[in-house]
Design a protein. Structure first.
Length: 425
C-alpha cells in the first residue's frame, strides 16, 4: 500500500498541511505509536485488533465452515461491524457462492431476499457478540422460520459467531451448531480480519490466508514515523486537515469492487472518532460515477473536505472498440481501465487546481493480499487519529444508548429518558 499526500500539502491546497507542520506532528505520531505498540503487546481492548493477522487461525475457520462448503449462497444476519467487513471482502474478491447480508430489518427487503434464495443450498451465518443485538436476532429468527417453512433443516445450514455466553451461544449449544468465536478485546468495526469478517468469505471460497498475509504486511509496515509508515501518513494527514477545517472525509475508490469498502470505512471512521464534539464525517463516493454527482461540491463547495482516492496499480482491462466517429477519436486505441485511471488523474488534478486537498492510496491490485493490507492500514490509521485527537477510538456510547433505547421501547412501549433529554412542545 502506498500513500501520496502531495495534494494535501499547504503549497497545493487550502486547507493544507505545511511540511514543517508534519515534521512537528511526527513527534506526536512517534508517541502515539509507542502507546499503540504497548496496547498491542498487552492485548488491550481495541489495540488487540492490530494483532489479528497473527492471532487469527484460518485452519480453524476452514474447519468450522466445512459442513457448509456446498452452499451456493451465504446469508449473513449481522449489522455494522458484524457484517461490513465480510461484505467488503466478498464484494471485492472472486467468490464461488453468492453472498448476501441482512444488515437491516426492512420487512419487504428481508422477505424479497428470502424469497429469492434456494434455502436448501444456502448457508446461514448469525453474528452477534452479545447474542442480543435486536436487528441480528430478529433477522435470524425470521430466517430460521423461512428455512423451516421450506422444509430445510436450518440446524444443518447454520454457523454461529458469538461470545462465550448469551442467547445465541445457548442456542448453538442446544442445537449442536458449528461456532466460531468473536475475538475478545476487538470492537466489531475492527474485526474484518477475524472470524467475524472471514467466515462468510471462507464459505464463499475466498482466499482468507491471502487476506491475513496482507494484514500481516500492514502490521510489519507500522513504524514510529509518519514518513516511514503509509497507514500513519494517512492518519496523520487526515487528522491535521481535520484540525484545519476539513471536517468531511470523502472516501472515493476508483474500483467498483471497492464500493462496499467505502461503507466499511464510513463506520470505522464515524463510530471510532465521533466523540466529545470531535471527529471527521466520512462521506461515500465512487469513481468515476460520482464525478458526475458529487465532484461539483468537492471542487467548488465549502472548503471543509478531504477527498481520499483508493485505486489499484494493476487491474483487469478491456479494450474500447474503434468508435468510428471523429468526435470520439480520443477513445481510439484506449481501454476501460485506461479511461478509469485517466478519470482519477483528472479528478485529482481538478481538485488540486481548485486548491482542494486530496490523498491517494494505491494498492498493487485488488486481490486478497492487497485488500487485507488496505483494511489493516485503515484500522491502524484510525487508531492513530484517535490517539492524536485524544478520544477513545474503541467505544461507542451513543450507539449503545440507541440499542438500549430500542430494547426498552420494545419491552415497555416507552423510550427511556436520560438527563438532558427534552421534548419540544
Amino acid at each position: 500500500m502506498r500513500v501520496d499526500i502531495g495534494n494535501a500539502l499547504a503549497g497545493v491546497a487550502s486547507p493544507g498541511v505545511a511540511r514543517e507542520s508534519l515534521e512537528r506532528l511526527d513527534a506526536r505520531v512517534a508517541q502515539a505509536h509507542r502507546r499503540i505498540e504497548a496496547g498491542r503487546a498487552d492485548e488491550e481492548h481495541g489495540y488487540a485488533a492490530l494483532n489479528l493477522p497473527e492471532r487469527t487461525d484460518p485452519d480453524a475457520i476452514r474447519r468450522a465452515v466445512d459442513p457448509l462448503a456446498d452452499a451456493s449462497a451465504v446469508l449473513t444476519a449481522g449489522i455494522g461491524g458484524s457484517a461490513l467487513g465480510a461484505a467488503t471482502i466478498t464484494a471485492a474478491l472472486p467468490t464461488g457462492a453468492d453472498a448476501y447480508y441482512l444488515d437491516n430489518v426492512d420487512p419487504a427487503w428481508v422477505a424479497d431476499r428470502l424469497d429469492d434464495l434456494p434455502l436448501s443450498e444456502t448457508a446461514l451465518v448469525a453474528v452477534s457478540r452479545s447474542g442480543t443485538t435486536a436487528e441480528t436476532l430478529a433477522n435470524f429468527l425470521v430466517c430460521r422460520e423461512a428455512f423451516e417453512r421450506a422444509g430445510v433443516d436450518w440446524t444443518e445450514r447454520t454457523l454461529v459467531l458469538t461470545g462465550d455466553d448469551g442467547p445465541l451461544a445457548d442456542l448453538a449449544e442446544r442445537h449442536d451448531l458449528p461456532t466460531l468465536p468473536v475475538p475478545e478485546g476487538v470492537p466489531g468495526r475492527f474485526s474484518a480480519l477475524s472470524p467475524v469478517g472471514l467466515a462468510a468469505p471462507a464459505i464463499c471460497g475466498v482466499d482468507i490466508e491471502g487476506l491475513l498475509a496482507g494484514g500481516a504486511a500492514g502490521a510489519e509496515s507500522l513504524a514510529g514515523s509518519l514518513f516511514d509508515c503509509p497507514a500513519y501518513a494517512y492518519g496523520a494527514v487526515s487528522y491535521a486537515l481535520a484540525e484545519r477545517g476539513a471536517a468531511v472525509n470523502a472516501m472515493m475508490p476508483y474500483a467498483e469492487s471497492l464500493e462496499t469498502f467505502a461503507e466499511w470505512f464510513a463506520q470505522l471512521w464515524a463510530e471510532s472518532l465521533g466523540k466529545d464534539d470531535i471527529g471527521q464525517t466520512p462521506a461515500r463516493a465512487l469513481g468515476a460515477t460520482d464525478q458526475h454527482s458529487q465532484l461539483q461540491l468537492y471542487r467548488a463547495g465549502p472548503r471543509d473536505k478531504l477527498v481520499t482516492f483508493v485505486a489499484p496499480g494493476e487491474r483487469e482491462d478491456r479494450a474500447i472498440p474503434d468508435p468510428d466517429a471523429e468526435a470520439l477519436s480520443y477513445l481510439s486505441g484506449t481501454s476501460l481501465g485506461e479511461l478509469l485511471d485517466t478519470e482519477l488523474d483528472a479528478t485529482a488534478a481538478s481538485l488540486a487546481a481548485a486548491g482542494r486537498p486530496s490523498v491517494r492510496i494505491e494498492l498493487d491490485r485488488v486481490d486478497a493480499r492487497g485488500l487485507g493490507e488496505l483494511l489493516y492500514g485503515m484500522e491502524a490509521a484510525c487508531i492513530l487519529v484517535g490517539e492524536l485527537f485524544g478520544v477513545d477510538a474503541f467505544d461507542q456510547p451513543a450507539v449503545e444508548w440507541g440499542k438500549e433505547a430500542t430494547r426498552e421501547s420494545l419491552r415497555t412501549g416507552d423510550l427511556p429518558e436520560r438527563p438532558g433529554d427534552e421534548l419540544a412542545e
